[in-house]
Design a protein. Structure first.
Length: 280
């Protein structure tokens, strides 16, 4: 199921809470130990589960991961369990071109025995799923800050979802660049910004992503917000708030936990952190 959908989807916070903790933020299925920025695109699949189905769903997904690893399937992805919000799971796969996406997809589907397994798993999971939707996001380096990291070391993720008002894209770009400039003063601030280019509301949705090594980074958000306010000044803060209200229609935030049992990651991730990524 994950391979055909190709992977995973996020969600969600408001501009007043734009403060970011001391956690790096980037996405990308790179080898463990490599500090790299996000790939050009991410494919997201957001699966909303029916109540009480997470355990059974996880069992099927873990079995599917084992089948993919045994077949040495070319497409890697990781899964995220929602800590907040509805009972849902996100799957994320990155790629640098749509030609690469098609090539890896076709290579996986050519593995007929594996394809039969994936179809059977889809059928088994169908009664457990309330809703699912997929989308493609494009990385925006100009709206990101210190994005490169070793993603294999991350265990949690904070995702901010912004709905930008129609016709306000240029104003949005200008606003976030102001934040990028202002947060340069805080050396531990990191994030990666992605623009939705395919999927529902693909003309005005952005996500700001912060992977975290520990949930304690969430505690740092409040402290960094106070630092940001002190270094920016009340007058400039007021301007930023006013511009945010004019540009942003709505926003949400959610926390997620990486699920090693539902993630098909490179072998180097497992050998680097067997106590986490090697969990069954």
């Amino acid at each position: 199921m994950r391979l055909r959908s190709c992977c995973a989807g996020p969600l969600l916070v408001l501009v007043a809470a734009f403060t970011l903790g001391s956690a790096p933020a980037a996405l990308g299925q790179h080898e463990a130990g490599q500090v790299q920025g996000p790939s050009k695109y991410i494919f997201l699949n957001n699966v909303t589960l029916k109540p009480g189905q997470s355990g059974a769903f996880a069992k099927i997904e873990a079995d599917e991961v084992e089948a993919l690893r045994a077949a040495k399937a070319p497409v890697h992805y990781f899964g995220l369990w929602a800590i907040t919000g509805s009972d849902h799971v996100l799957f994320i796969h990155d790629f640098d071109s749509f030609a690469d996406l098609q090539k890896s997809h076709h290579a996986t589907m050519a593995m007929t025995q594996l394809e039969d397994k994936l179809r059977a798993d889809d059928a088994s999971e169908a009664p457990m799923i309330a809703d699912t939707h997929s989308s493609v996001y494009k990385y925006d380096e100009d709206l990101s800050l210190r994005a490169p990291l070793d993603l294999s070391k991350m265990r949690f993720m904070r995702i901010l979802l912004f709905h930008v008002r129609s016709g306000q894209d240029q104003e949005w770009q200008h606003l976030i660049k102001l934040y990028v400039k202002a947060y340069q003063a805080l050396p531990d601030a990191h994030w990666a910004m992605f623009e939705k280019i395919y999927g529902v509301d693909s003309d005005n949705v952005y996500i700001l992503v912060t992977p975290m090594a520990a949930l304690s980074y969430v505690d740092d958000i409040e402290g960094s917000g106070k630092q940001f306010a002190a270094s920016t000044g009340e007058d400039e803060l007021q301007i930023l708030r006013q511009q945010g209200s004019a540009v942003i229609e709505s926003s949400e935030a959610d926390l997620f936990a990486f699920g090693p049992d539902i993630s098909y990651v490179p072998d180097s991730w497992i050998s680097s952190s067997p106590d986490f990524w090697g969990k069954k």
